[in-house]
Ligand binder design. Structure first.
Ligand SMILES: Cc1cc2nc3c(=O)[nH]c(=O)nc-3n(C[C@H](O)[C@H](O)[C@H](O)COP(=O)(O)O)c2cc1C
Length: 324
């Protein structure tokens, strides 16, 4: 209102990030929490000291660093595409509310530096010093683009002994072709077949809560035929601004991805569905409490990805740890 512009949450988030990363030596008191002993999870050759993982949605190192200090067992970088992108028109991030629960509606549209710049940055990233697994989330407009992006990262990272895995993001609701592969298991099969020729690192397949259970089952069956695959169930749920209490004037796109506690039930349902395939499962979507983690663990998940909870209240990390 102040600037006679539609409301936009992005500047507030950026300001918050700047404040969070400006505490200098005081940060030791505010951010440093130990991970309790004995919570290690081994997935293929990777050891996650805590099962709580930063889901793919941020790439700023100083913010990822804070969450690792607070106790995350690993983080996944924001999805990177081949070319540099500015993403969708703004406003594209808003507070959302559905069934009385708070969340976020975003249609960022995968803004990012492009794969070449991303590789230059991560190869020297200070985050490797934590020796916790880092996930490299790859997007693409075509199967070839995914394969080429992974090849480019692999060409550089394979010469370093770093704990990393790939995440293939086939579930972005905010780009033109973001969900195409998730809706077409046969294409996912071609993609995995091509990538597996050169990559032995674990690969997480991030699926969408918006596709049918039948399609998810077909994806589970395909993933079970490959080595070192894990399933990440899942991503944001597509909603119109109207459905989540956001005025259309405050959202440039006709719809976006809802995140936060309101999507938890679907995450639980997806984990239960994938449990039959005997593949490690990461659960992502609506997690913020020990109760969420316990329910998902009972359903078959080993890792728990969080995004919105880290924005709304990152102290949920030590809180969950204290009861894990
Ligand atoms: C602002 C924002 C940006 C996101 N960007 C990505 C992304 O680049 N790649 C991806 O796989 N998921 C992305 N996500 C989805 C999250 O990783 C996560 O799957 C989703 O938010 C559900 O988890 P949550 O309820 O804990 O937030 C994004 C989510 C938000 C809120």
């Amino acid at each position: 209102m102040l600037f006679l512009k539609p409301k936009d949450l992005e500047p507030a988030v950026k300001l918050g990030d700047t404040v969070l990363s400006s505490f200098g030596i005081l940060g030791k008191l505010i951010y440093d929490f130990p991970i309790p002993d004995g919570k290690d999870i081994e997935i293929y050759e990777l050891t996650f000291p805590s099962p709580l993982i930063g889901a793919s949605f941020k790439s700023e190192s100083d913010i990822l660093d804070i969450w690792l200090r607070m106790g995350l067992g690993g983080v996944i970088f924001k999805t990177v595409m081949k070319e540099k992108r500015i993403g969708n028109a703004r406003p594209r991030l808003q507070d959302a509310r559905i069934h009385g629960e708070k969340g976020l509606l975003n249609s960022l549209g995968l803004p990012g530096p492009g794969i070449a710049n991303f590789i230059n940055d991560i190869v020297h990233s200070a985050l490797w010093e934590y020796s916790r697994p880092l996930g490299i989330s790859i997007g693409g407009d075509t199967v070839n683009e995914y394969v080429e992006n992974i090849d480019q990262v692999q060409t550089v990272l394979q010469h370093h002994t770093l704990p990393y895995f790939y995440e293939v993001n086939i579930s972005c609701p905010n780009t033109e072709n973001g969900q195409t592969i998730c809706e077409d298991p046969a294409t996912l099969n071609s993609l995995l077949c091509a990538v597996k020729k050169t990559v032995s690192n674990p690969i997480s397949i991030k699926v969408s809560p918006d596709v049918s259970n039948e399609t998810l089952s077909a994806i589970g069956e395909i993933c079970a035929t490959y080595d070192t695959i894990l399933i990440n169930a899942g991503n944001t749920q597509y909603k119109t601004p109207d459905e989540v209490g956001v005025k259309q004037i405050n959202f440039a796109m006709n719809g976006g991805g809802l995140s936060g506690p309101a999507i938890f039930q679907r995450t639980l349902e997806m984990v239960s569905l994938f449990a039959q395939f005997n593949i490690p499962i990461m659960a992502t979507g609506g997690i913020s409490t020990i109760h969420h983690v316990q329910a998902l663990k009972e359903a078959g998940a080993s890792l728990f990805g969080m995004a919105t909870a880290l924005v709304l209240d990152p102290y949920c990390i030590p809180r969950i740890h204290s009861r894990l």
